[in-house]
Design a binder for this molecule. Sequence first.
Ligand code: NI
Length: 170
Amino acid sequence: MAVLPILTYPDERLKRFSEPVERFDAELAAFIADLEQTRLAGPGAVGIAAPQVGRAQRIVIVDVSKMKRPVPNHGYLVLINPEITHWEGHEPGREGCLSVPDFTGNVIRATRIHLKAQNPQGETVEFDMEGFEARAVQHEMDHLDGLLFLDRVVSRRTDVFRRKVYEKNS
Ligand code: NI
């Protein structure tokens, strides 16, 4: 396993549209292990997407189960080719990103989602999600379409904030 280098804004590779995964093989499993190790390295993060390490494929990892303040969650999730099939509500919330290490931003996201994806074995999985877990999934899925939270804030002048320290799980 290896910790992979993370691309940071304004790297053009973060703007690419990622392709669906079609081969659920040992190479994919090895990449997922590296991606998870990368997520946990350094400051740690609640999520990471394959394009952040330069792989333009529809793979994300989300795990909000270790938050300081507990939130509803489904634990450690590897989501391949994820699709949101239902959205409900919307609310603003603060987001950070390993690819935008010096800033956080307020972004409006759906409050509840229904999610369809495949697991690393290629089997279909489905989840109803709410709150911060739903937010984290929406953030990571944006990476698959070449979007950062900076592209989602209403105003870069009033909704983006400089970090003092990148705290764990913030
Ligand atoms: Ni991100």
